[in-house]
Design a protein around this ligand. Structure first.
Ligand code: ANZ
Length: 884
């Protein structure tokens, strides 16, 4: 057998054998537990996989392999997120047919994943652009529609002028298109939405039930943004505070009922501190009160509203921006004390949140305080600190103070005051308690070609009809020119064969030409994997109920409020429809760290254009190498094609071997931590694998495949006992570490084991009992290794004369009693007199024993007031403290 790790001699061989044996075909054998392990399915890009991508595929593979060996039926599938903007943009750039392009790219991904020995069941694979898949995406769309959860409305949307499509809120980051970084504009176009807001509370509540990183849960909670407060109605005052002159209400067109508007507040307790109101610039009341204004004011307000249109939501909400606003000239009455207060318009109030109007309390709200100061508005304090001696500056936002300047509520605590005021609002029907969410409905339509067609027909009468279920799928036609039109409609709108369709009455209707954003396709693919070839159903309930939920879902944290929220929403709808029995799709979620690589970086000098990509990063390594090094700074940035810093698994395998790459990815850093990638470091795991081969080779002459039979624990020699202890410690540590995603310590446990085992063997020729313990050690090490380095494990397995694949062997068990270290009792003396005995593991070193002796409560009285001069240590027997 080889005494070194020579990957080129066996890795491809084993991959071929696994394939021939259909080794990773999903089994659904009765009586076994199930384990569903899955990676986020990727969009297959033209540049293929980098070792960065492998940083999540390998750990998931390790846990799936272990689970299978532990006796589970394992579902470990892989597919491709093929529809959507990145694919379409790439197809346009490379002038290819997107369907053909995706197939090519996906095949390359698969080749690379196989290259590093990932145990996917490829028989279950699909791409979201396959008609056999998107038929069911459309079917779920119809289900949402029938439940009133899919609707179309004219909406002001985020429009990316570069991608020429509307974007969901989640796809806009800091006012920029999440994909291309273009400043997003507002446009009014009819759009399809999914009513995710109906599920806001359940999406918060059910986070309790899943085992996810706290950070992701917090991001989801913040994004959903629950606020409990009150909503109440304010009436426009018929007179200004300073004059008893009533407005000439008769001159207004809508004077039958007094004008009212609602405000939402989380601090109803501060109602007596309201000194003005603020409307969002888009608030409809403004149009209604325009007739009260003179021309100058009307103009000023129009100008202000136009300016607000140009600002992104992020800019409007920025706390460091100077407050701006205009007075409407009108007043509203505070229902709590009857005072008339001015109504202002300001862009820090957003139309889309709450009611788009607020009661402003400058004494206690920082934004209102700033505004009041700038425009000279009254500031009233209504809460004082509980301890009157403590001074407070305004705005004072404490919630544990005492009410002041609040009439009959004076002296109450904030929370009691809130309760009483809520009672009063409800009793008088002025308002009620109200829960608000920041979450908006999910904008799903895209004015682009490469997506799942929306199965809707606009009838001749202008009615919206669902395509009959029997007519699904609505095929995405293959068209020559699919570049975005930019006029707010999809290129499909210019394809008469697609557009013209008969409606349910047999008249000429029009097909919906928007397509669904890619996130629709990825909101249920985990269900399809349970039953991917079903032609009659999206999935059979039996299969989905067997496999769901996904036990372990692995992917990047950047999807926190997009994919991960949408998939939870669809799962809940499908649960409500009784199509599945789980209401959460992913029981456990793990986010891997990123792989960063050194990237040549240089900023352009004045007047110079550099051939650079993002943020001044030089587009290729070679070019950078050619530059004088003093001009180039090197930065650690995420590995990506656009930065020219990619290392492919192909290169890594070629130079170091697939198993060395796999173990390195596991070992180099904790799973969730970022990695600074250096190719040379893979030498570390190459050396480790060399040592494993050497160890097995050395053990081979003594190897007894029947070690299980003749071993008798009581009879073992001391070194054999130690060997068994090391083996069982390894099994325990590896099993537990893989289970808790601590893959780096799983690998280091194997390294430590190897060292210990070699120390035990030393240069001695093993006696019979050590030979048996060694045989156990060798087999266990190979099996434990097989999750991380499966090619080497299979090679070693056959080299010790075993048949078949390690994957089909049971994962080794450990015996706790063998791990327990033998304890010995040591005497503790002070100045030669016995004062205590302590229990320590056999072989404890002097530092451990001394510390334990000094900490003994029976010993310390004898040391009081004395200085320890010397400690005499006799291993496993005695600690004598000399003190005077
Ligand atoms: C009076 C008040 C006093 C408020 C106080 C806060 C502190 P969250 O917690 O984020 O839900 N608000 C309501 N609607 C708004 C809108 N459309 N645009 C901007 N601000 C709006 O915030 C709720 C609080 O934000 C509400 O409570 C309201 O100000 C403001 F000491 O009312 B509050």
């Amino acid at each position: 057998m080889p005494d070194r790790y020579e990957p080129s001699t066996f890795e491809s061989k084993w991959q071929q054998r696994w394939k021939e044996a259909d080794l990773f075909l999903t089994r659904e054998e009765p009586g076994r537990k199930k384990f569903y392990g899955m990676d986020f399915f990727p969009y297959p890009s033209g540049s293929g996989l980098s070792v960065g991508h492998c940083k999540n595929y390998v750990p998931t593979d390790v846990i799936c392999r272990m689970k299978f060996m532990q006796g589970c039926n394992v579902l470990h599938p892989m597919g491709f997120d093929a529809f959507g903007l990145p694919a379409e943009n790439e197809a346009i750039k490379t002038k290819s047919d997107p369907a053909e392009m995706i197939e090519r790219y996906a095949a390359n991904y698969r080749r690379q994943m196989e290259l590093i020995g990932i145990s996917y069941d490829w028989s279950r694979s699909f791409a979201s652009c396959d008609p056999t898949y998107y038929k069911w995406t459309q079917w779920i769309f119809e289900l949402l529609y029938k439940r009133g959860l899919a609707y179309r409305k004219l909406a002001e949307v985020n429009w990316c002028p570069k991608d020429k499509t509307a974007l969901a809120n989640e796809e806009v980051v800091g006012g920029l298109c999440e994909r291309c970084g273009t400043v997003v504009e507002k446009r009014s176009i009819p759009q399809w939405f999914f009513k995710i807001t109906d599920y806001a509370q359940r999406l918060i509540d059910d986070l309790e039930a899943v085992d996810w990183p706290e950070g992701i849960k917090a991001q989801q909670r913040n994004w959903i943004g629950r606020s409990a407060g009150a909503q109440f109605s304010m009436s426009l005052a018929t007179s200004t505070p300073n004059s008893s002159q009533p407005y000439d209400l008769a001159s207004e067109s809508n004077v039958e009922r007094p004008l009212k508007f609602d405000v939402f507040t989380t601090r109803i307790d501060t109602i007596f501190g309201m000194t003005f109101c603020v409307l969002a610039p888009e608030h409809p009341l403004i149009g209604q009160i325009e007739s009260r204004m003179d021309e100058e004011r009307r103009q000023a307000i129009r100008l202000y509203r136009d300016q607000a249109k140009l600002l992104s939501d992020v800019a409007r909400l920025a706390t460091d921006r100077d407050k701006t606003g205009v007075f409407t000239g009108s007043f509203a009455t505070n229902p709590a004390n009857g005072k008339n207060i001015p109504i202002w318009i300001a862009d820090y109030v957003m139309l889309g949140y709450g009611t788009g109007a607020i009661m402003a309390v400058p004494g206690h709200d920082a934004r209102d305080f700033e505004f009041a100061q700038k425009f000279g508005l009254e500031i009233i304090q209504v809460i004082s600190p509980e301890n009157p001696a403590s001074n407070c500056t305004l705005p004072f936002d404490a919630k544990d103070g005492v009410m002041i300047n609040s009439g009959e509520y004076d002296g109450l605590s904030v929370s009691d005051c809130q309760k009483k005021l809520l009672d009063w609002l409800e009793r008088t029907s002025i308002g009620a308690a109200k829960v608000q969410y920041k979450l908006r409905d999910w904008l799903i339509s895209r004015q682009r070609y490469w997506g799942c067609p929306i199965p809707i027909i606009h009838s001749a009468e202008g009615e919206t009809q669902l395509v009959a279920e029997s007519d699904l799928p609505v095929y995405l036609p293959s068209i020559e020119h699919y570049e975005p039109s930019g006029d707010g409609s999809s290129p499909l709108a210019y394809n008469p064969e697609f557009v013209n369709v008969t409606d349910r009455e047999g008249k000429l209707g029009r097909r919906e030409t928007d397509t669904m954003g890619g996130f629709a396709c990825s909101s249920w693919y985990f269900l399809r994997f349970c039953d991917p070839h079903n032609e009659d159903q999206a999935w059979s309930p039996d299969k989905a109920n067997y496999w769901m939920p996904v036990d372990c879902y692995v992917g990047g944290a950047e999807h926190a409020v997009m994919h991960l929220l949408y998939a939870r929403f669809w799962t809940k709808v499908l649960y409500d429809e009784e199509l599945i029995t789980v209401s959460e799709p992913f029981q456990k979620l793990e986010n891997q760290g990123q792989v960063l690589a050194l990237t040549p970086y240089r900023t352009a000098r004045p007047g110079e254009t550099l051939d650079v990509g993002e943020e001044g990063i030089l587009t290729s390594f070679e070019e950078a190498g050619a530059l004088p090094t003093s001009e180039v700074a090197w930065k650690w940035t995420r590995m990506s094609k656009s930065k020219g810093n990619v290392v492919t698994p192909d290169e890594a395998k070629e130079a170091y071997g697939a198993d060395a790459l796999r173990l390195h990815l596991l070992f180099v850093a904790p799973f969730e931590a970022d990695v600074l990638w250096k190719n040379e470091e893979m030498q570390g795991t190459v050396r480790f694998l060399h040592r494993v081969f050497k160890f097995v080779e050395n053990a081979l002459p003594y190897f007894d495949p029947d070690w299980r039979g003749p071993i008798d624990f009581e009879e073992l020699s001391e070194p054999a006992k130690e060997m068994r202890r090391a083996t069982h410690k390894l099994i325990k540590k590896a099993t537990e570490d893989i289970e808790r995603f601590a893959f780096n310590t799983y690998v280091s446990a194997m390294m430590i084991f190897l060292k210990t085992a070699q120390d035990i063997l030393g240069i001695r020729i093993p006696d019979r009992s050590l030979a048996l313990a060694l045989s156990e050690a060798v087999e266990s090490l190979i099996l434990v290794l097989s999750a991380g380095a499966p090619h080497s494990a299979d090679e070693l397995w056959s080299s010790i004369g075993n048949e078949g694949f390690t994957y089909l062997m049971p994962w080794p068990d450990y015996q706790e009693k063998l791990i327990e270290e033998d304890l010995i009792t040591m005497a503790v003396q002070v100045n030669g007199k016995l004062r205590d005995t302590i229990s320590l593991p056999k072989g404890a070193d002097n530092a451990t024993a001394e510390l334990a002796a000094l900490e003994s409560s029976k010993v310390s009285p004898y040391l009081e007031g004395k200085a320890v001069r010397k400690i005499i240590f006799v291993p496993d027997k005695l600690v004598n403290i000399v003190a005077n």
